[in-house]
Design a binder for this molecule. Structure first.
Ligand SMILES: [Zn+2]
Length: 261
């Protein structure tokens, strides 16, 4: 698995880290950062990456990429993510980043989705008041997400009716997720894609799962998969991706430049 490359801290970052350490040690008693909790009833794991000052294992402040991830909510359940006040190092030195700002950035990213968001629909992801959701907060998210999923299904129906298969295909993973969450299984587009099956390992370029078996271009990252394998000088084996393999062998037979292997 590729590891995130962490470059050594710049002079500014070292100074900022020292400053954070000073602030922390100057606080009376232990430093207690503010916290904000995000609630999700969305059935998929969501991640937002931000560059922040964080504390290393031993408590030393350090600047780096931080992944804020909220797990997929189980059916009829929910997931929580608590974020804390932090710092960002800038050329002017450190700048506090409140938990509220981090949480808003996460929810803003995660709840903004495709064309549906423009119509005011969004998945059930939001900031809650306490550390645990209240009955009202859960009910509100369920109502929000029900509207979102219904809108997604209506959108998929409309695309199929209009014969616009390309945008339907591009968003099919989302449409299917919404249909599953609502327990709607009677749609032609839902069954078609169940039968078509997905690539065993998803997209080799972006890691997206649920890439249609026959796709030669990833609907998520738009990477041409023939090009992807070609640039790495290899042909996927039969088990890995028979469709892209067949295409690459066909191209080679036709005398077109394609990877050996
Ligand atoms: Zn991809």
């Amino acid at each position: 698995m590729p590891e995130t490359q962490v470059s050594p801290p710049s002079e500014t970052e070292r100074m900022a880290a020292a400053e954070v350490a000073a602030v922390m040690s100057a606080s009376p008693g232990p430093w207690i950062p503010g916290r904000v909790t995000i609630l999700s009833i969305w059935p998929r794991r969501m991640v937002k990456r931000m560059t922040l000052m964080t504390a290393a294992e031993d408590g030393t402040p350090t600047s780096g990429m931080v992944d804020f991830a909220i797990e997929a909510a189980p059916p009829d359940g929910y997931s929580l993510l608590t974020v804390f006040d932090s710092f960002q190092s800038t050329l002017q030195g450190r700048r506090p980043v409140l938990a509220e700002q981090i949480a808003r950035a996460c929810v803003g990213d995660w709840a903004a989705d495709t064309t549906l968001a423009k119509s005011g629909f969004r998945p059930g992801l939001s900031i809650i008041v306490g550390a645990r959701p209240t009955v009202e907060e859960l009910a509100r998210e369920r109502e929000t997400q029900t509207g979102y999923c219904q809108a997604a299904i209506a959108e998929a129906d409309a695309l199929l009716a209009a014969g616009e298969l390309r945008p339907l295909q591009a968003q099919i993973a989302l449409f299917r997720l919404c249909a599953e969450w609502l327990g709607v299984r009677d749609r032609e587009w839902y069954r078609e894609l169940r039968r078509a099956d997905y690539k065993k390992n998803g997209c080799p370029a972006c890691g997206a799962v649920e890439i249609p078996h026959r796709a030669q271009v990833c609907p998520q990252c738009s990477k041409d998969l023939v090009e992807f394998y070609s640039s790495r000088g290899r042909v996927p084996d039969e088990d890995e991706d028979p469709v892209v393999r067949a295409e690459m062998l066909r191209m080679r037979k036709a005398g077109r430049p394609v990877a050996a292997g």
